[in-house]
Write a new protein. Structure first.
Length: 261
């Protein structure tokens, strides 16, 4: 039985190919996550609250306006500036009109010329409503206007909100979670493939290759080369003069020079 080192066989999934696939997959997942990540969506506009009707019919009443809404809690910031208050221009007003900015869980009151900002991590609605001015004759006076700027920073649900103009207000967070899970699974699988391929390559070295059976025709052992046996001392020519043994084939004695028989 003979032993020898087997030459490592070429792998069908080489390390360079694995590295290239890993790199391309990582770049693809990074670009996908960048596209899925919630980006800040901003919108702005103006609003005007008033009531020009009478108390009996509630006609021409607009003292409340929803600026934005969402079916899921959203992280937002909203800034409102009161630009003009018509109600305060009436004579005899002793209590000024103001606007209440509300996000569902937070609210602030803003008077003429004031600016206010709310940051809410779980907002579902942004609205403004007017509290009228009151005169000395116990009359209520309405009319106030302003502008707003709303920024949607993220979402904790599956969808964004809807602004006053019906536009989409954000992107879902579930797609980002799914993309992250897929990225982790793909990276783990590729790392396992790399280690399996390396372990197979290491095992290919040092494996013992058994010699084929002696009866195999393909690997029949060759007979050793035959060499003539060395001549015995009795067959070497001896000099009759000095009795010196000379090499085979000599015609004269190498010691005294006498002619050999």
């Amino acid at each position: 039985m003979t032993s020898s080192y087997r030459r490592p066989q070429s792998s069908c999934f080489p390390a360079r190919c694995t590295a290239a696939v890993l790199l391309l997959t990582t770049l693809f997942l990074i670009s996908s996550c960048v596209l899925v990540l919630p980006r800040a969506a901003a919108e702005s506009g103006n609003f005007e609250l008033y009531w020009n009707g009478d108390w009996g019919t509630n006609s021409n009443r607009h003292t409340y306006e929803a600026l934005w809404s969402s079916p899921n809690p959203m992280h937002i910031t909203v800034t409102v500036t009161i630009t003009r208050c018509f109600a305060d221009s009436w004579s005899g007003v002793y209590a000024k009109s103001y606007v209440t900015l509300s996000t569902g869980s937070k609210e602030i009151d803003l008077y003429d010329g004031q600016t206010g900002t709310i940051e809410d991590w779980e907002a579902v609605l942004v609205s403004v409503s007017e509290t009228p001015a009151y005169g000395s004759d116990f009359s209520s006076y309405y009319g106030i206007s302003g502008e707003y700027e709303l920024t949607i920073l993220g979402s904790s649900g599956n969808g964004g909100g809807t602004g006053g103009d019906g536009t989409d207000g954000g992107s879902g967070g579930s797609m980002l979670a799914v993309g992250a899970v897929v990225a982790v699974v793909v990276v783990i699988v590729l790392v396992v493939l790399i280690f399996v391929q390396r372990s197979r390559k290491d095992q290919s070295y040092g494996q013992v290759q058994m010699a084929p059976p002696s009866g195999s025709a393909q690997y029949a052992p060759t007979a050793p080369q035959a060499y003539p046996p060395p001549p015995s001392p009795m067959q070497l020519p001896m000099c009759p003069n000095c009795r010196m043994t000379n090499p085979a084939g000599s015609r004269f004695c190498q010691s005294c020079g006498a002619r050999l028989q």
